[in-house]
Design a protein. Structure first.
Ligand SMILES: Cc1cc2nc3c(=O)[nH]c(=O)nc-3n(C[C@H](O)[C@H](O)[C@H](O)COP(=O)(O)O)c2cc1C
Length: 204
């Protein structure tokens, strides 16, 4: 698969997981791709916690369900009805959660390039996640990013130290297929905007 194919094939997956375990060599390649990401001052401020334990997956699933309810309670009318039809995670079905953490202490006290923009560390972690997502796509795997959680809950669940911030729970696994259209588009929640609406010439 060439790079543009992977970019265009990549999809957030929720309902398509088969539960077949990911082979260790495949997982190693996907994690290596994440670890090859650019990072501010070469700080490499990411950690990856691999979660496969059924009880831990179940506990995270239950927490996400309560957060789904919290969000649903803010909606009414057509939004509430549309959201009720959208699946927002495949935590148990994927069989593998990768919790991505951000450690701002990585790289020492003088991270080159982060003195003016503290968020540059977080941006680096997101670059690693995107590398992981594209590599997984090239390997024929699905990835679903779950953000319906409280950071303290997830930190406790996987024993992440206080100074490390959980940035994402990624459901990773084999899938029946990768959908052509994002779920949010298919269910009428939102549509991808045209490129021309976000490109600005010379000034904003
Ligand atoms: C930071 C971030 C958080 C997300 N959180 C969730 C989530 O909690 N549940 C979910 O179903 N999708 C989540 N998504 C996936 C988006 O809904 C998805 O990327 C978007 O609808 C576009 O679809 P595509 O990724 O298939 O192109 C998240 C994506 C990002 C980048």
């Amino acid at each position: 698969m060439d790079l543009y194919d992977a970019i265009n094939r990549r999809r957030d997956t929720r309902a398509e997981f088969t539960g077949e375990p990911v082979a260790p060599d495949v997982l190693e390649r996907v994690l290596s791709a994440a670890h090859a990401a650019p990072s501010v001052g070469m700080s490499q401020p990411w950690d990856f916690v691999l979660v496969r334990d059924a009880d831990r997956l179940e506990r995270f699933h239950a927490h996400v369900a309560t957060e789904r309810d919290t969000f649903a309670a803010t909606l009414s009318g057509e939004r509430a009805e549309t959201f009720s039809r959208i699946k927002i995670e495949g935590i148990r079905e994927s069989g593998l959660g990768i919790v991505v953490g951000y450690d701002p202490s990585r790289g020492g006290p003088n991270v080159l390039g982060r003195h003016a923009i503290a968020d540059a560390g977080l941006y680096s972690v997101v670059c690693a996640i995107q590398n992981l997502w594209l590599a997984a796509t090239a390997e024929g795997l699905g990835v679903g990013w779950v953000s319906f959680y409280r950071e303290e809950f997830l930190r406790d669940l996987v024993g992440m130290p206080e100074g490390v911030r959980p940035v994402a729970w990624l459901c990773v696994g084999h899938v029946e297929d990768l959908p052509d259209v994002p779920d949010l588009e298919r269910f009428g929640w939102r549509h991808r905007s045209p490129l021309s609406s976000v490109v600005h010439d010379e000034t904003f």
